[in-house]
Design a protein around this ligand. Structure first.
Ligand code: GRG
Length: 302
């Protein structure tokens, strides 16, 4: 039935999220078979199946449906996006980078399997991500898959996550300006979030107009996501001096609240979300999951 009026128009986001998360968890669980050697498979599974909000795959599936596609066709790409996200977290936690002992409430990958295996598990997840798209996406026209591979290669590499991480590392202990801070966030976090909706939409057969709107949407929610992250670091640190917050205070990391103040940061995040939602207006009720996800990202408390 067409959800265009009356009570049927009330979108049950909680149910949507729970269902999407469950299907994603199942697909992630099935994505690492067969895998040899067993020790590598265990290290890959340890981080890939460690929980997390699964925001990236869910954004991908929602964008595919918005574009008129079948979400099941985008699932291998949704899994690929979570693999890239997970490998970036494994590598980010390494002693050579952030040197973290805990991730998602558990010991980090290298703490359990050692640095060499953690690096290789990350490498294997990154390459498996491309395999998911190129070789494990039945039924999707090859020209769409080629576009998805292109998009993923841009956001994972120097023009995306890796570039953002390098600028972040180079900025450590320095006062950076708003432009540099936004560069870091747009590359480290925004690029992959953007790829989620763009690749999902590509698989669903989106036209240029929808792709352009989704790029604006994704930039908005990506930056808002990071501003909220910075705000949560501060508010959490004033409650309990948690590990991340404590470390950030010591490293004197530049954050939005530091540059703009807490109130202005909150306002900036809210404005970005409004802008993101605004561009999807022409797609009306079909955009409901993405509209609700934009709110969810800014209302989260962890
Ligand atoms: C991709 C080739 C390649 C290399 C990675 C290490 C690195 C280069 C980049 C670092 C990227 C990084 C750690 C970005 C931060 C991303 C971020 C906002 C993580 C938190 O995301 P949530 O809140 O976490 O979605 P959950 O646990 O819910 O998935």
């Amino acid at each position: 039935p067409d959800n265009t009026s009356g009570l049927a128009d009330i979108f049950d986001f909680k149910a949507y999220l729970a269902k999407a998360k469950a299907t994603v968890e199942q697909a992630l669980d099935q994505s690492l078979v067969p895998e040899r050697p067993e020790s590598l498979r265990e290290a890959m599974r340890y981080s890939l199946l460690a929980g997390g909000k699964r925001l990236r795959p869910i954004l991908c599936l929602a964008a595919c449906e918005l574009a008129g596609g079948d979400a099941a066709q985008a699932m291998p790409t949704a899994v690929a996006l979570e693999m890239i996200h997970t490998m970036s977290l494994i590598h980010d936690d390494l002693p050579a980078m952030d040197d973290d002992d805990l991730r998602r409430g558990r010991p980090t990958n290298h703490k359990v399997y050692g640095e060499a295996v953690a690096i290789l598990a990350g490498d294997a997840l990154l390459t498996r991500a491309f395999e998911m798209v190129a070789l494990r996406s039945p039924g999707v026209p090859p020209e769409r898959l080629l576009k998805v591979v292109g998009e993923l290669s841009l956001v994972a590499g120097a023009p995306g996550l890796v570039g953002g991480q390098v600028v972040d590392l180079e900025s450590e202990g320095k006062e950076v300006d708003l432009e540099t801070l936004e560069y870091i966030h747009l590359h480290k976090t925004g690029a992959l979030l953007s790829a989620c909706v763009i690749t999902g939409a590509m698989i669903g057969g989106a036209d240029d107009e929808l792709i352009a709107a989704l790029r604006v949407y994704a930039r908005g929610i990506g930056l808002a996501f990071q501003i909220i992250d910075d705000i949560l670091d501060i508010t959490a640190s004033s409650e309990v001096l948690g590990k991340t917050a404590g470390k950030d205070l010591i490293a004197d990391k530049t954050t939005y609240p530091k540059l703009l103040g807490l109130e202005e940061s909150r306002k900036r995040a809210a404005d970005l979300v409004q802008e993101a939602k605004g561009v999807l207006k022409p797609w009306a009720s079909k955009a409901q999951p993405l509209l609700a996800l934009a709110d969810y990202i800014t209302s989260r408390d962890r």
